[in-house]
Write a protein that binds this ligand. Structure first.
Ligand code: AMP
Ligand code: MG
Length: 408
């Protein structure tokens, strides 16, 4: 192969990525317990079957009164008490008061509450140092939600407030798209479990920990499968086992051109998984496809290639499975504080640290950008994207930076 010919065979990143993500569909909704549904996308409109609050109640501990009866010189007779969750309360008659607690039902005839701090109760009578307005310290029925009102809508992300509201409406279960289960496997005969001792030529498996953590950070359930050796049989058994309880499969290693790079072959034998050389750096060799309807991502083994490939393809795919609209990382435009180089014909992703000044964001590379150098990922706030046609970006120019870490 001529030196330049390789570029012709590379798939442009944009169209490859669009094609991959276009094939990944949201998981079918199921009924989930409220806390199981945290972070999931709601798949129904939730309508209130009754008012919230259901009955007028007190916003304070104090005395329920008819506002017009209160006079700072004349005590009112205390005719009863209304406690939160207590039984029925007698109606209020003229020139009387009912002792009332926060959240307790307002007696019929009462239209205001005077806080206990403004009261002196003695011998069955209470003197109220206040001239309340009707409605004061009263939470009327339906002030939060009206019966029949649509309170949550399909497509909303279920966070703490949404789950609290569902509970307030009396819902024990809710229809939502389940949290995707993603199995991560590391392949390679050189890999050793962290904590075990290393023999010559061996390295610790870092990818499966990193990728499982990335799966979890993306909002899915990550299962870390142990290390799988570079044999057809071990790989086929591991993949088949993993697929029985997965909504997506992520592997690292074994997709380049080496003699023991069997992953792509085995994935292709088990289903419709294709191998593509994508015009990006790091992360050029990629495998993607479906086995029994389950999306499978074969990522390259170099740790940074695996990291960047996950960010570019797998994270958005997981968000698709979740049914989320926000599949991409937040991004900022940042001024480069140092010049950077980039290979011709490939989109490159550079590990950068960000800082902000009055003029906006600035980025600088965190160190050497080799695809095995995890140290510069550790120090990175984001990935700066250099377009395929650029081979050099001088200091002072702007690049798009995809923000890593927690959602901002
Ligand atoms: P491969 O894609 O299998 O050719 O691997 C490319 C490079 O990444 C080799 O140097 C591997 O040793 C390394 N590598 C592969 N898998 C892992 C892993 N799970 N953790 C750390 N390094 C890995
Ligand atoms: Mg390998």
């Amino acid at each position: 192969m001529a030196a330049g010919a390789a570029f012709d065979e590379l798939a442009p990143l944009d169209s490859y990525r669009r094609n991959v993500l276009g094939q990944v569909a949201a998981l079918e909704p199921i009924d989930l317990g409220l806390l199981e549904a945290q972070g999931c996308v709601l798949a129904e409109d939730v309508t209130a079957e009754r008012d919230i609050p259901r009955f007028a109640n007190s916003a304070m501990d104090g005395y329920a009164v008819r506002a017009a009866d209160v006079n700072p010189d004349t005590p009112l007779e205390v005719i009863g008490e209304s406690a939160a969750g207590g039984g029925p309360v007698p109606p209020l008659r003229r020139a009387a008061a009912v002792r009332i607690m926060t959240g307790a039902e307002l007696p019929d005839g009462a239209d205001a509450v005077v806080p206990v701090e403004l009261s002196v109760e003695e011998g069955g009578k209470v003197l109220l140092r206040s001239t309340p307005q009707p409605g004061e310290h009263v939470r009327p029925a339906g002030e939060d939600v009206r019966e029949g009102q649509t309170v949550l809508t399909a497509g909303q992300l279920l966070g703490p407030a949404q789950l609290g509201m569902a509970a307030a409406l009396g819902r024990a279960r809710i229809r939502a798209r389940p949290r995707p289960r993603v199995v991560v496997l590391a392949t390679g005969d050189e890999l050793v479990e962290p904590g075990a001792s290393l023999t010559p030529g061996k390295i610790y498996d870092s990818n499966s920990y990193m990728l499982t953590a990335m799966v979890r950070e993306a909002g899915a359930t990550g299962f870390r499968h142990g290390i799988v050796g570079d044999t057809r049989r071990a790989l086929a058994e591991a993949f088949e086992g993993a697929l029985s309880h997965a909504d997506a499969l992520v592997t690292s290693g074994g997709v380049s051109a080496g003699r023991y790079d069997l992953v792509k072959r085995v994935l292709a034998e088990l289903g419709d998984v294709r191998f593509t050389r994508v015009a990006m750096q790091p992360g050029m060799p990629q495998a993607f496809g479906f086995i029994s309807g389950i999306p499978c991502f074969g990522l390259p083994g170099n740790p940074v290639s695996a990291f960047v490939s996950f960010e570019v393809f797998v994270r958005p795919a997981i968000r698709r499975l979740q049914g989320r609209e926000d599949i991409n990382r937040s991004r900022v435009s940042a001024v480069m504080d140092a010049s950077v180089r980039s290979p011709a014909g490939k989109v490159s992703f550079l590990r950068v640290a960000l800082r902000r000044d009055d003029g906006g964001w600035h980025a600088r590379p965190t160190g050497p950008q080799g695809s095995g150098i995890l140290g510069s990922v550790v120090a990175a706030d984001g990935l700066a994207e250099v377009p395929a046609e650029r081979t050099e970006v001088p200091a002072g120019e702007r690049l798009i930076v995809h923000l890593l870490g927690a959602d901002r």
